[in-house]
Design a binder for this molecule. Sequence first.
Ligand SMILES: [Zn+2]
Length: 290
Amino acid sequence: MLRFAVAGSPLSTPTPGGSVKGLERAHALGIKAMELEWVQSVPKNPQRMAEIRETAERLDISLTVHAPYFINLNSPDVAKLAASKKRIWDALAMAELCGARSVCVHPAFNLGQSPDVAYANVRRATADIMEMKLKLFPHVNLAYETMGKATQFGTLEEVLRLSKEFDIYPCVDPAHMHARENGKINSKEEWNAMFDLYEEFLGKASLKFVHMHFSGIAYTEKGERHHLPLQESDAKWEDFLTVLKERKIEGTVVCESPLMEEDTLLLQQTFEIKRNAENRNVPVQRIQRL
Ligand SMILES: [Zn+2]
């Protein structure tokens, strides 16, 4: 099964909300997955995690987590490196408690170093992180994200290679790849090549439990500027859905559009129409917007 996740509590969640209220609102909208956005800090209350877990299980909503942005596993500063690892461990610990299956992490900045040096540093830090993860947080995946700027560590090859080495799976964000490559990675051929490489590194079965991001994106020659609503962007998002359908990809695709639930439902409903059209061999019809 492929689920489309809203990136955080839906905008239409009654306030004050929190994740439990967000899950209830997502369920009411017909959304079946949510990414918990711990991008500023990781929550500390285990009781709260138990409530999130209970609610998500009751409503049958799959959970993933986005770890804090303030992480650099390539930092030469010992204190910053230690703080980065701690943020990842904290996110993995809380994710394990709330039943999230995967935690997405922006791994590092290149800091002008050669790709080989940056890779070696991130690899060394990952070995440390994984040692504790395997003992204490065995069920949750550490997902390194493909990043949208050349100054950031995280090309598709880098995250696939790291993931293979540590038997984890990455968070591939085709919008980031599109921005980083200045408008490339926006066609069926390129997305198929992306999934071919994924499969080559991690095996065919790996495409049955993906943790991905998708959205429209604004970019310059330096890469990502900010995320955009699907229909205000140059993303060929309907073709992307066709590739997901044709390759029978399963897992979670998190919609990172600023329109949150509206674009999550646009992806979900368009995907359903495409799949049903294939099953019943009827033409794709216009879908109902919110
Ligand atoms: Zn991210």
